[in-house]
Design a protein. Structure first.
Length: 123
């Protein structure tokens, strides 16, 4: 179980960092060609990259983390819940105004974690 906890903790951190790195990469690649400021571009792209890449990263991270688990779907959903809670904590601690897109993204991460567990249980 110690290994599962370590894998799960690593998966949560990776699933939170991966979309941010993707957004930074996209802004760096597109920023020179865009007429808008990098901050504005990051905000605009972040509305798409955050929820979509966040769900994809959570699903892949959960799939990787729960492979040795006997309860793959439940543990995958738990990873999704942990990623959503971490993301919500960052958003709320940052003083960012609440938007319903955030709630949809957080729900998507929980579902993506369960989907990752489902994929792991079928492999």
């Amino acid at each position: 179980m110690k290994s599962l906890f370590a894998r799960s903790a690593g998966a949560v951190i990776a699933a939170e960092i991966a979309p941010v790195l993707l957004l930074v990469l996209l802004v760096a690649l597109v920023g020179g060609q865009a007429a808008e400021a990098p901050e504005t571009l990051a905000n605009r792209l972040g509305q798409w990259v955050g929820p979509l890449a966040g769900a994809a990263a959570t699903m892949l991270a959960a799939w990787w983390a729960v492979r040795p688990s006997p309860r793959k779907i439940a543990h995958g959903a738990g990873i999704g819940l942990a990623v959503a809670a971490l993301d919500a904590s960052i958003v709320l601690a940052g003083g960012i105004a609440f938007e319903w897109l955030f709630a949809a993204s957080w729900a998507g991460r929980v579902a993506a974690g369960a989907a990752g567990g489902t994929l792991a249980s079928r492999a």
